[in-house]
Design a protein around this ligand. Sequence first.
Ligand SMILES: O=P(O)(O)O[C@H]1O[C@H](CO)[C@@H](O)[C@H]1O
Ligand SMILES: O=c1cc[nH]c(=O)[nH]1
Length: 330
Amino acid sequence: MACDCDYVLKKCDVTEEHYGTCSSLLNGRTSKRNPDGSLSLPNENLSKLKGDVMYHLALDNLNFDLPALYGDVKFVVMGGTKYRMREFACYVAELLGLPKDPKSVNHTKASQRFAMYKIGPVLSVSHGIGIPSMTTVLQELIKVMFYAKAKDPIFIRLGTSGGLGIPPGSVVVSSFGLSGTLEKTYELPVLGVIRKWPSYLDKRLSEELVCSASNFDEFKTYVAGTMGADDFYRGQGRLDGPLCDYSEADKMAYLDKLASLGVKNIEMEANAFAAITGEAGVRASIACVTLVDRLQGDQITTPKTVLKEWQKYPMQVVGALIKNYVERKL
Ligand SMILES: O=P(O)(O)O[C@H]1O[C@H](CO)[C@@H](O)[C@H]1O
Ligand SMILES: O=c1cc[nH]c(=O)[nH]1
């Protein structure tokens, strides 16, 4: 089917502002890499290490030949659950006509924390819930790609989220991540001081995902901001947590404010994922399905079987993008 990105992007009313003036996004990220596309990380301390242990992945660069194991990786796809990332690995194997890893080898089984599957040029990795869990795996994966000398690796988060005013079962491709304090930044206390980094995603990559999405009629795809909340309940303005000290009117005013800032979904990692990949010079995007329209309610009441089907939508979008890259030998 012909690509109708322009149409979809216009329909979603996405402007340059959604990607920031440092639309460095594409060029800035490229300029941070070596001429051959391998990562050039801005941390001199790494070159002084005798060996580097990626503890949560149970990998290191002394006992593992990382270039041989992961030098051919082009896509690192991450999502919350082990189950989803195993399913995505199997889906990609089928899509690319590659043999399924016979034992579905979890490359990071020894860590007893996460799951990581490799199918050809794709690593499919679970990251758990929330920013601290996700950023721990993300930073170790960036180092693995660095030591492996992988060329122009692309990182994508494949997630679930709560939508704002869009039908449940829609896919949102994120243009920026918004923090809990409504800024397009990721905030982290470092050495006792709160630091902030911009949290925009790669514009060209999101356009490519929208093109991929145009192959599918079963669901709608939007490009918009995504709020990365630090909590599932009060942090997302829910009324149904064990603790709540605001009214329904307060909640609705908050969600309306988010919508007015160009946000169409809420999850728990977007701003950190955007900021860390951006700083490391890695092209990155996020595709999440929405499980509920938060303007209509807080509880996720859709049957599990339907939720499982919906979770396949972003997989299909990302799978089509990967297939396109592999067929064009990029
Ligand atoms: O479906 P995943 O990828 O886990 O993402 C979303 O679901 C979790 C909360 O249920 C959070 O991690 C949120 O970001
Ligand atoms: O509402 C939702 C649904 C999934 N994940 C979230 O973080 N929030």
